[in-house]
Write a protein that binds this ligand. Structure first.
Ligand code: PRX
Length: 678
């Protein structure tokens, strides 16, 4: 590559300086094949991709389906084991839906994410680039330095009595102490349970109490769009109730005044200097739990999905390798929060087990201005960018000029997660952010699956805007009708994953019966995803959203039942039904129908109080967009609320568009609901 050398007078440092200019990597443009509406990757991109052709994919996929266990054992070879002592790589009791992968194999996840890279020459390579909300707030952790911090914090946890199998609840903002805590837990065999920083104290309490956490890790506060947000105060509220928490480690982030309880609360920075620097990794069984992560389902109680050390890490590593085409020296940025599964697998465990450089960003796309993402991408020369459709819709709305202000020529690959990305947003993402050069991987997966299940491997396929395309090798996905016969080409149905794979959650913490009922009872032997899908004539998957009562607000999963339970706990509410409505930016928003107890009347004040009540009980992420107070709800004779009808009413349908209403006990309620619509 030709470089230009310029000698110039540096005004600020008052010295003659030399600058080397490398031509910017404009890259080869992807030329859409308009006849088919496809976007083939450029030859330049294909050359650097892990899978380079559809034939290569087909061969690996076919082999993986012929003998999935053998295939996954080969993937397991890509991580480091103390011993591969398993007798059967996979066991599955179909009666109890208990299954294991690599049981008897011994490993340590933090060793795989840190020590092995330090030993293999990456000691001084950046593992985590932390970009704080303020531009000059930057910390770069090399693999070597990250390992030292993790070892020390592992010793802090040990000093507080944390050992193998103990639960550590983590309520931290997006700061480096968050991944350090998780890796420290992994190092000593403790089970981490991260609670998203946007949850209210009641939601935190439910999660902390459910898993009987022994230690909590939190911070004094956090920054969000220039404001200081309290964190420790919420934890104090949680701990006013009875819990198993014995100690709290507190990171100083904002310097806010906080109440510390003597003997229970300890400052991170005080403790880190009091412990030995070295901490040997604990030898863990592949089936020992690595973490719990709570997610919403169709009932009011969030489910603690349990992921294991061996299977999860194999899935995280293997999917990261297939999907992101990471090449050494690149900067990879996933904009998710580590409080969600995307952050666990694709900010932390996937990239770090792979030896990649992962960028961790504390801020939001719109602060201090609407070009913050692009300014960060330009500043760090980001190569691979992974975000959610809701962020893209918001950014698109603010205008392309914010993006065009920045040189984004370092970008090589883009990806999306959390909800269906429609073709229009896909094309905009491709042309405006990707400069027409970057393939997009629309990755479909879930908290339960632990790693990406369906996604285009972008060096191998001509992309179709809006389609997540192909299952990853080792994953068999199928779309079935209600009667469990397979759907034909183009026919919509329920998406199932046939048989367990290594990164699938093993159970729901404390509730295996619910695990079986929720995921395995509809179609025994097949994992029910809760999503609708169809497969086109090329065998490509198109995801159609949830088919159950789970709402996806800005890509965050919230159970309708959780919000209903919160509403019903308000003294004025007799009954509540919550449904999603389409939202231009957030994908879906929360629409609530509420009937009041006698003695209460509809008023703007009451509606506001109900909104605040939900925010307090569940958290700001569950803020209802609309509260419609109504005299009654549409119910069947057995008393079941017919949400199908409420969804349509909330979405603006006329009475003749609601489908069959004859099964309702009181069809007259429909007119009142339509009339009262906000
Ligand atoms: O409905 C699907 C949607 O997000 C759900 C899983 O949510 P959660 O467990 O919070 O994990 C989100 C991040 C992995 C799925 O059941 N979803 C996720 N990715 C996609 C998607 N829907 C369509 N296309 C996607 N790429």
């Amino acid at each position: 590559m030709k470089c230009t050398c310029i000698i110039y007078w540096n005004v600020s440092s008052r010295v003659w300086s030399i600058a080397l200019f490398r031509p910017s990597n404009k890259g080869e443009l992807m030329t859409p094949d308009n006849s088919k509406g496809r976007y083939p990757p450029s030859d330049e991109y294909r050359r650097t991709a892990f899978l380079k052709s559809a034939d290569e994919y087909k061969k690996i996929y076919a082999e993986s389906m012929k003998d999935p266990v053998k295939y996954w054992e080969k993937q397991a070879d890509l991580i480091d084991w103390y011993s591969k002592g398993w007798k059967d790589a996979f066991t599955w009791n179909k009666k109890t839906n208990e299954f294991t992968w690599f049981k008897g194999g011994k490993l340590n996840v933090s060793y795989n994410c840190l020590d092995r890279h330090v030993r293999n020459g990456l000691k001084n390579t950046a593992a985590i680039i932390f970009q704080g909300e303020e531009d000059n707030d930057v910390r770069i952790y090399t693999y070597g330095h990250l390992l030292s911090e993790v070892e020390r914090f592992a010793n802090v946890l040990k000093k507080r009595g944390v050992g193998k199998g103990d639960r550590v609840a983590v309520y931290l903002p997006m700061i480096p102490e968050l991944p350090i805590t998780l890796l420290a837990c992994a190092r000593i065999g403790a089970i981490h349970s991260v609670v998203f920083a946007g949850f209210s104290s009641e939601a935190i309490y439910n999660r902390v109490a459910d898993c009987s956490a022994k230690v909590m890790v939190t911070s004094d506060g956090s920054y969000r769009a220039g404001k200081k947000i309290d964190m420790k105060g919420k934890v104090n509220e949680v701990l006013e109730k009875e819990t198993a928490v014995e100690s709290v480690i507190v990171v100083r982030r904002t310097g806010a005044d906080v109440v510390m309880e003597r003997g229970r609360d300890f400052w991170w920075h005080d403790e880190m200097v009091k412990v030995p620097a070295k901490c040997e990794p604990e030898v863990m069984d592949a089936e020992d739990p690595l973490f719990l992560l709570y997610t919403s389902g169709t009932t009011g109680k969030p489910k603690g999905m349990l992921h294991t050390n061996g299977g999860y890490l194999v899935g995280a590593y293997s999917s990261y390798r297939y999907v992101f085409n990471y090449n050494p020296g690149q900067v990879y940025w996933c904009t998710a929060d580590i409080g969600w599964i995307t952050g666990h697998t694709y900010i932390l465990y996937g990239p770090l087990s792979f030896g990649a450089t992962t960028l961790m960003f504390e801020g939001v796309p719109s602060y201090p201005e609407n070009d913050r993402f692009w300014q960060v991408a330009e500043k760090w020369g980001v190569d691979i960018f992974y975000t959610a459709p809701t962020a893209l819709r918001m950014i698109r709305k603010t205008g392309d000029e914010w993006i065009k202000k920045h040189d984004l020529s370092s970008l090589k690959m883009l990806a999306s997660v959390g909800e269906p990305i429609d073709a229009d947003v896909w094309k905009w993402y491709h042309s405006v952010i990707g400069g027409g050069r970057c393939p997009i991987s629309d990755t479909w997966w879930q908290t339960e699956t632990g790693s990406i299940m369906i996604a285009p491997m972008t060096g191998a396929f001509d992309l179709k805007p809006g389609s997540a395309m192909k299952p990853l090798p080792g994953i068999e996905a199928g779309v079935f009708k209600e009667d469990k016969t397979p759907c034909g080409t183009g026919e919509s149905g329920n998406l199932y994953l046939n048989r367990p794979f290594p990164s699938l959650a093993r159970t729901i913490w404390n509730d295996h019966a619910k695990f079986v009922e929720t995921y395995w009872s509809a179609f025994p032997g097949h994992y029910l995803t809760g999503d609708g899908a169809r497969v086109d004539e090329d065998g490509d998957f198109w995801l159609l959203g949830r088919v159950d009562d789970v709402i996806s607000v800005a890509g965050h999963r919230i159970g309708a039942a959780e919000i209903e339970a919160a509403l019903i706990s308000h003294p004025a509410v007799a009954e509540a039904a919550v449904v999603p409505v389409p939202d231009e930016i957030k994908g879906e928003a929360i629409y609530t129908f509420v009937t009041l107890k006698d003695g209460f009347t509809d008023s703007e004040e009451l509606k506001k109080a109900l909104v605040n009540h939900v925010r307090n009980v569940v958290g700001p992420i569950a803020t209802p967009k609309t509260i419609q107070i109504t005299g009654g709800l549409p119910k069947t004779r057995s008393g079941k609320i017919v949400r199908r009808i409420l969804r349509k009413i909330a979405g603006g349908s006329r009475s003749d568009e609601l489908g069959d209403t004859t099964t309702l006990i009181d069809p007259a309620v429909i007119d009142a609901l339509i009339k009262g619509r906000n």
